[in-house]
Design a protein around this ligand. Structure first.
Ligand code: HEM
Length: 446
């Protein structure tokens, strides 16, 4: 038994069929050879794109010369009405300044301060979970959204504005499948792909709600009554180079990305981790035993949740929530004896890299113990990028590696998760890697 993997498409298909497949789902639109190739070129009449799997090439793009490979503008197009000028979409000097202000809020020491809020969200997730047949995907979205609101604004998801942002956000995703073909395949710029009126309206309404929260926080900071959470930290941090802080408008952009990047990704990973634990009950039993050490919001417990961390890592390997990232080369390059024209789309695919059969032992298998083997350790350094790498690495990586294992442990300590016949999930890439018909499990209290 191996964890669910989408069937690849045949090696050769027409461009039209490729585009159609792509529109449905970028994972099954890809041929099987991408799990073996070091680099693959896609030529069409409109564009060239290259999938890079060779660790040294990925290192060049993400770590050695990130400024020569900015984020492709087109990828963000679907997100711009919601995210404005957020750190996820900007490049160059604007991006650097934003990271200088944001990064201190996510440093190690701050994580310790944030821990009680993550713990409280975990307790709430356990309290909401119930026995029966449960689609755990929406449950995990709820839990991860709760984590973000509690850590950012000291508000539980039941807060009226938080609950409305969460509900509107689901609506936004329905109207705007964000990883769409236009963004990924770099269709020519003349092709119409404007945002639908409904999408724009939903984005406006989410931003109006976030503006209320941010403006209220600004007032509390001025009055000296603001709680010591991530929002306060970010809004009071001055750029060490210019001395400026974020304006309310710019903070709204950042809150939108923290909410989006912070809850969708963690929710996807937690859903898949529970699915894997249901498939491998021996591991689930070990995790439940390990979780007996949990007895209060004390950060030091994290060093004792080692199995949970390894399981969560393995879930991020098999189902990287961000399956592909796209960069553009701003100078001519030569990769693997091929000339890469300026403006080509360079696709880095954690999905393929993490299952590459020339890199990993047992690439499609579930084996959390691999992280303690030599192959696992080497792969972790060279071919494991669920949070990307280099200068643009995910700001929330450390945060997510606390949130994920902690919530997983809290849940399996109280509940047993089992497979339901006829409900094996099929992975598809929406905004993040999700299951086509949800992840339906049988839940019973331990
Ligand atoms: C399991 C959970 C998570 C995963 C797998 C994940 C993954 C990623 C990846 C792959 C990127 C790079 C995307 C690209 O370059 O195109 C990214 C960027 C980012 N993530 Fe995360 N993320 C997670 C959780 C979080 C959390 C909890 C937060 C914040 C609270 C967060 C905030 C961000 C931000 C702000 C960026 C943009 C960084 C930049 O471009 O400079 N993420 N994330």
């Amino acid at each position: 038994m191996i964890p669910p993997k989408p069937l690849p498409r045949p090696d050769r298909v027409s461009l039209l069929r490729y585009l159609r497949l792509f529109r449905d789902d970028i994972l099954s639109a890809q041929p099987a050879r991408l799990y073996r190739a070091w680099m693959a070129e896609f030529r069409t009449p409109f564009f060239r794109s290259y999938l890079l799997n060779q660790p040294a090439l990925i290192e060049t793009v993400l770590k050695e010369r990130p400024e020569d490979f900015p984020k492709s503008d087109r990828v963000g197009e679907g997100l711009r009405p919601l995210l404005g000028n957020s750190v996820f979409l900007t490049n160059g000097e604007t991006w650097k300044r934003q990271r200088r202000i944001i990064d201190p809020a996510f440093e190690g020491g701050r994580l310790r301060d944030t821990f009680p809020a993550i713990w409280a969200a975990g307790e709430a997730a356990v309290a909401r979970m119930h026995e029966g047949t449960v689609d755990v995907e929406p449950e995990m979205s709820h839990a991860a959204a709760d984590v973000i609101f509690r850590t950012l604004f000291s508000l539980p998801i039941e807060n009226e504005i938080a609950a409305r942002v969460f509900a509107e956000f689901r609506e936004y995703q329905r109207t705007q499948p964000i990883l769409n073909a236009a963004a990924f395949l770099s269709l020519p710029r003349w092709m119409p792909r404007g945002h639908r009126a409904r999408t724009r309206a939903t984005a406006r309404s989410i931003r109006a709600l976030i503006t209320q929260l941010t403006a209220a926080r600004m007032a509390e900071i001025e009055a000296g009554t603001a709680p010591d959470d991530l929002a306060t930290k970010i809004m009071t941090t001055a750029d060490p180079l210019t001395g400026e802080t974020f304006s309310t408008e710019e903070m709204v952009d950042q809150v939108a990305i923290f909410f989006l990047a912070g809850h969708e990704t963690s929710a996807s990973a937690l859903g898949w981790a529970l699915c894997l634990l249901a498939m491998y009950p021996d591991w689930q039993k070990k995790l439940a035993r390990e979780a007996e050490v949990l007895d209060g919001p004390d950060f030091s417990v994290m060093s004792r949740l080692k199995l949970s961390r390894d399981v969560f890592r393995e879930a991020l390997r098999l189902y990287p929530p961000v399956p592909m990232m796209v960069r553009e080369n701003s100078c001519p390059e030569r990769f693997r004896d091929r000339d890469i024209r300026v403006g080509s789309q360079l696709v880095i695919s954690p999905w393929h890299l993490h299952r590459h059969n020339r890199i990993w032992d047992n690439p499609d298998g579930f084996d959390p113990a691999r992280w303690q083997t030599e192959n696992g350790r080497r792969c972790m350094r060279e071919a494991y990028i669920p949070f990307s790498a280099g200068a643009r690495v995910c700001t929330g990586a450390g945060f997510a590696m606390v949130e994920g294992p902690l919530l997983l442990s809290m849940l399996v300590r109280e509940f047993r998760f089992e497979r339901v016949a006829g409900h094996d999930p099929v992975p598809v890439a929406y905004l993040t890697v999700r299951a086509r018909d949800g992840i339906v499990l049988r839940v019973t209290r331990r």
